[in-house]
Design a protein around this ligand. Structure first.
Ligand code: ITT
Length: 205
């Protein structure tokens, strides 16, 4: 079976993609499993540029079909910050909790109605031949006043979803994987991937 490298070092993402890609006719593998231990610097100005940069670099290095994403949180009251800097928001070596605590401090005094935010994700897929496709996904919510819940990762404990009356970290993994920015981007990207695989089959016939 053809291998698909999911190019991330984030254990939370690995867990979610294992579930989301389980039904593909592909052998899904990860950077650690492949012994790939270098990092790709994210120098792009958008989630799309960074996702394409990651997918391309790891496909070139490994010769495998590669799936990479870039994701983050945009907070309206902070003009879209932390945005593409979401993983670096509290500096190097910071934990998920350091990052969401910093976010809560920055939003101190901002009322409920002005705490609107969204998670964004772009998935990029590249082939070793250099073909590239990408798909976006987003999920709207509100930054709560305090963390709640223990599922998920990253900013999930402070990302409140009014339609569920729960934070993302209070949702079961199954529900998060249906409604999240990553799930939406992944569903669209899976369709693109099917198309790419079928094109290759046709060319090889
Ligand atoms: P890779 O680059 O190795 O994939 P990363 O953690 O650096 O891992 P990103 O560059 O995509 O990933 O940064 C995303 C950051 O945004 C991540 O550190 C989280 O803090 C946050 N984030 C992304 N998706 C999230 C989600 O589903 N729930 C909570 N926080 C999320």
């Amino acid at each position: 079976m053809r291998k698909l490298l999911v190019a991330t070092h984030n254990a939370g993402k690995v867990r979610e993609y294992r579930q989301l890609l389980a039904d593909l006719p592909l052998d899904v593998t990860y950077l650690d499993e492949e012994g790939v231990d270098f990092d790709v610097e994210e120098t792009g100005k958008s989630f799309t540029e960074n996702a394409v940069q990651k997918a391309t670099a790891y496909a070139e290095a490994t010769g495998l079909w590669t799936w990479a994403d870039d994701s983050g949180l945009e907070v309206d009251a902070l003009d879209g910050a932390p945005g593409i800097r979401s993983s670096r928001y509290a500096g190097p070596g910071a934990s998920d909790e350091d990052r969401y605590r910093k976010l809560l401090r920055e939003l101190d005094g901002v009322p409920w109605g002005a705490r609107t935010a969204r998670f964004r994700c772009v998935v990029a897929i590249t082939t070793p031949e250099g073909e590239v496709r990408n798909a976006p996904g987003r999920c709207e919510g509100i930054i709560g006043f305090e963390p709640r819940g223990s599922h998920g990762f990253g900013y999930d404990p402070v990302f409140f979803l009014p339609q569920f009356d729960r934070t993302m970290a209070e949702l079961s993994p199954e529900v998060k994987n249906r409604i999240s920015h990553r799930a939406r981007a992944a569903r669209a990207a899976k369709r693109l991937l099917w198309g790419m695989l079928q094109e290759v089959e046709k060319r090889n016939q």
